[in-house]
Design a protein around this ligand. Structure first.
Ligand code: ADP
Length: 582
């Protein structure tokens, strides 16, 4: 029930009770007062009659005259109770009246000068008020039918009831006004409070009422102001936190005490491969045992990690920390590339050690023998030749490693210019011709007139061609090695084909790795270091180019390189810069 209705009914009920009480009291008091005054009047009349009653013989006449003058019944009773005169009875009827000595008012008057009674009249046959006073000749009595007073009472009661009804109607109008004036500001405050609770923090009470309701409005206003300030501060903090968390390289996931994931940044979604909308159950996280254990422990208040685990082909470090008020935060750090680099470094150290160990063992062995007495000169010469050739090999390995590390670390920067390819190829072929002739291998250059010049570092191009032609001659027993150029796009493609032993498809993807060899014995024998193709690939890529190998086992190998034009290089670098900024 609404406050206004309640107030209305309460006020009306109170007023109604008051009106009814007033009506009853007035009715009661009025009756008592009227009766009292009536008795007084009747007593005065009775005294008057008593004073006039001097002769027993004229009793009835006195009664009749007084009765008609007063308009009331007058009865005169002698000492013995005999009715001597009555204004309403004459003659026989008067004489037939019974003795009045026992009438209560007569008895009382006789005992104490005056008596009154309200009772049924046996002679008149209705209810009467009787007042009797002692007279010298007996008792004079005046009576009045109560009926005549009842009529007065009824009229008065009706008037009082009408007044009460009018008062009640006025009270109802006032109650409506009062209840509305009390409930309206309260309802307005209720509406404002509700809207604030529903999230509309811009809402303020406009009310300025006196007293407690006004105080309440002011308090609500201040509450809304404070709430607004705190909420906006909270939102700023949240936005900042969200921005920080989402910009983290680390994956971060927050789980609440009800086992629901309530926060997951982009990195976490990417690393764990989850795309469900927040909040989602922890069941949707990967079923990795270490992750599950860490999560369960953290939910029970125990911190774990960093734990290393493999997930979706990545190596992750996981830390699970319980939160103070229940729930937990999981942090994932992607160490895939670090672990790969560590593996590469381990392999590299192992490979270098392995590569250097053989020549070092040879050098150590022969040096020791040379130091012994009585080694024939011919053998001595052979031993020293072995020492020199192994030292040269180690030198080549170290030189190649230094080249590689310079290129990889950015210590070497290409200084490109338009270079005549034919000239560069001729230079390299001149150096290698003797080795080719020794193996009956023909060297041929087919330079396309449209691809005579390549945009490259002159020295690097020489090293590239030299490494590739050396390989082609090294892994070919007879036949020909052909260097071809061709315009491709805006750049130039240089290919070196041989008719040699070829490379099995299984090995082909790995030949550009450091120290990778298909047949390490043959490579070493012929002076290979296993680093040549790796250096070539790095150099070509440093020119913004591409390298690719095709081969058929037993039929020959073709290595193709694309050197882009200066315009292509500029366009590519612009594309990359744009890609980074967006
Ligand atoms: P290496 O110094 O051993 O030649 P590279 O890095 O130059 O090292 O080459 C890696 C491996 O690739 C070689 O060991 C060889 O097995 C293979 N390879 C390179 N070029 C050729 C080719 N033209 N024909 C056949 N195999 C080749």
């Amino acid at each position: 029930m609404r406050l206004a209705h309640r107030l209305f009914f309460y006020v009306l009920a109170i007023v109604a009770v008051l009106v009814i009480a007033v009506v009853l009291i007035i009715d009661n008091r009025l009756q008592a007062r009227v009766i009292e005054q009536t008795i007084d009047g009747l007593a005065r009349e009775a005294r008057l009659v008593a004073a006039e009653w001097r002769d027993r013989s004229t009793s009835d006449r006195v009664a009749d005259v007084a009765g008609s003058a007063l308009g009331h019944r007058v009865t005169l009773v002698d000492e013995r109770g005999l009715v001597l005169g009555d204004s309403e009875f004459d003659g026989d009827a008067l004489r037939a009246l019974e003795n009045h000595n026992e009438r209560p008012e007569i008895a009382a008057a006789r005992a104490a000068t005056m008596g009154s009674a309200r009772r049924m009249s046996s002679s008149a046959g209705d209810e009467e008020f009787y007042v009797a006073v002692r007279a010298p000749l007996g008792v004079a009595r005046v009576s009045l039918p109560t009926r005549s007073l009842e009529a007065v009472f009824d009229r008065t009661r009706a008037d009082v009831l009408v007044a009460g009804a009018i008062a009640l109607a006025l009270a109802a109008v006032l109650a409506i006004w009062f209840s509305r004036s009390v409930s309206r500001p309260v309802e307005e405050l209720r509406d404002v409070a509700r809207e604030i609770a529903d999230g509309d923090l811009t809402r303020r009470p406009t009310l300025s009422a006196p007293g407690e309701v006004g105080d309440l409005a002011t308090a609500l206003y201040r509450l809304a102001e404070q709430l607004g300030t705190r909420m906006s501060a909270l939102q700023t903090d949240r936005a900042l936190l969200a921005a920080v968390v989402s910009s983290l390289e680390e994956g971060v996931i927050a789980v609440d005490s009800g086992a629901l994931v309530v926060q997951a940044n982009d990195a976490a979604r990417r690393l764990l491969d989850v795309s469900a909308r927040l909040p989602f159950s922890i069941d949707m996280l990967p079923r990795e045992p270490r992750l599950r254990d860490a999560l369960t422990n953290a939910m029970h208040g125990a911190r774990s990690g960093p734990l290393e685990m493999s997930l979706n082909g990545r190596t992750l470090l996981l830390t699970a920390s319980p939160l103070e008020h229940g729930g937990t935060v999981l942090a994932f750090f992607d160490v895939t590339s670090t672990r790969k680099l560590e593996a590469v470094r381990r392999d590299f150290v192992a490979n270098v050690s392995h590569e250097l160990r053989t020549p070092l063992t040879v050098i150590a062995g022969f040096s020791e023998t040379l130091g012994e007495e009585g080694v024939p000169p011919a053998q001595r010469r052979r031993f020293s030749e072995m020492i020199v050739s192994n030292t040269t090999r180690m030198q080549r390995i170290v030189d190649d490693l230094l080249d590689l590390s310079r290129i990889e670390s950015g210590g070497w920067v290409a200084n490109p210019a338009m270079v005549d390819v034919e000239e560069a190829v001729d230079e390299v072929m001149t150096v290698l011709r003797a080795a080719a002739v020794a193996k009956e291998i023909g060297l041929e250059a087919r330079i396309d007139p449209g691809a005579r010049e390549v945009y490259a570092d002159r020295t690097a191009l020489g090293q590239i061609l030299s490494n590739l032609l050396e390989n082609a001659i090294r892994y070919t027993n007879r036949g020909a090695v052909v260097v071809k150029t061709e315009p491709v796009g805006g750049g130039v493609e240089i290919s070196i084909s041989d008719s040699g032993i070829g490379i099995a498809a299984y090995h082909l993807p790995r030949i550009f790795e450091r120290f990778y060899r298909v047949d390490s014995g043959r490579s070493r024998e012929s002076g290979g270091t296993g680093l040549g193709l790796s250096i070539v690939r790095h150099l070509v890529e440093a020119h913004g180019g591409r390298i690719d190998a095709r081969s058929t086992e037993g039929a020959g190998t073709t290595i193709k390189m694309l050197f882009p034009s200066p315009a292509d290089i500029v366009a590519t670098s612009q594309r990359n810069t744009a890609g980074q900024t967006h």
